[in-house]
Design a protein around this ligand. Structure first.
Ligand SMILES: Nc1nc2c(ncn2[C@@H]2O[C@H](COP(=O)(O)OP(=O)(O)OP(=O)(O)O)[C@@H](O)[C@H]2O)c(=O)[nH]1
Ligand SMILES: [Mg+2]
Length: 195
């Protein structure tokens, strides 16, 4: 059961007058994240671990910002071989969704794990509404070759609608793509994709 509590961070709203986030407000928003986190060692530019909070006791679903009833959440499932770059793409999209610019002298980090051994979702209620007009959940998964059963169970047991699937393929992985596409058919048959 998702619970509400006070969150110290600003949440970017997509109001009826359209998404608003002036550069100054955007920087304040980022500063609040930085003040609530210490930089991760050995990262250049300085990288701050985002203050995600657990949604479930199992520790497999997290949220950033206060839970919002309004505005359906967009759930994006990342699939691909081990080491293809799923988790890195989640990190990149997380920074994008928070309004981080390429020129900004800092980055944010969604999670610390090196290798993903189970499905895990991070929901951005706090976000830059120009980039993520609706709250977005990024669902990271273990390597495809480890089987899709666990991924399906995660999606079904959390009653998640999947709105998009991102298949991550390394540029050099030409041959395994064929196998990946076969697995794709298996996965799609088991996970209903919402229109
Ligand atoms: N050069 C380059 N390296 C990348 C890219 N994406 C990921 N990597 C590197 O590839 C390695 C594995 O990336 P991950 O994002 O952890 O891969 P993953 O698909 O999440 O792997 P599992 O969690 O084990 O399934 C890391 O050392 C990354 O630094 C990319 O686009 N370019
Ligand atoms: Mg991973």
């Amino acid at each position: 059961m998702e619970h509400q509590d006070q969150h110290p961070l600003n949440i970017v709203n997509n109001s009826s007058t359209g998404p608003i986030m002036e550069t100054e407000k955007e920087k304040l928003f980022h500063e609040e994240f930085m003040e609530n986190s210490i930089p991760i060692e050995g990262k250049n530019p300085p990288t701050y671990l985002l203050p995600f909070r657990p949604i479930t006791a199992k520790g497999d679903r997290y949220r950033l910002g206060e839970y919002q009833e309004s505005g359906r959440c967009m759930n994006i499932l990342f699939l691909g071989f081990t080491g293809s770059g799923k988790s890195m793409l989640v990190e990149t999209m997380g920074n994008y969704g928070l309004g981080v610019d390429f020129r900004d002298p800092y980055r944010f980090q969604v999670k610390m794990e090196e290798s993903t051994d189970r499905s895990i979702s991070h929901t951005f209620f706090a976000r830059d509404a120009r980039r993520f007009p609706r709250p977005v959940s990024l669902i990271d998964t273990p390597g495809f070759q480890k089987g899709t059963e666990q991924i399906c169970t995660f999606v079904h047991s959390n009653y998640l609608d999947v709105h998009a699937v991102v298949y991550v393929v390394q540029g050099s992985q030409g041959y395994p793509l064929k196998w990946l596409l076969y697995q794709e058919a298996v996965a799609i048959n088991k996970i209903p994709i919402q229109g």
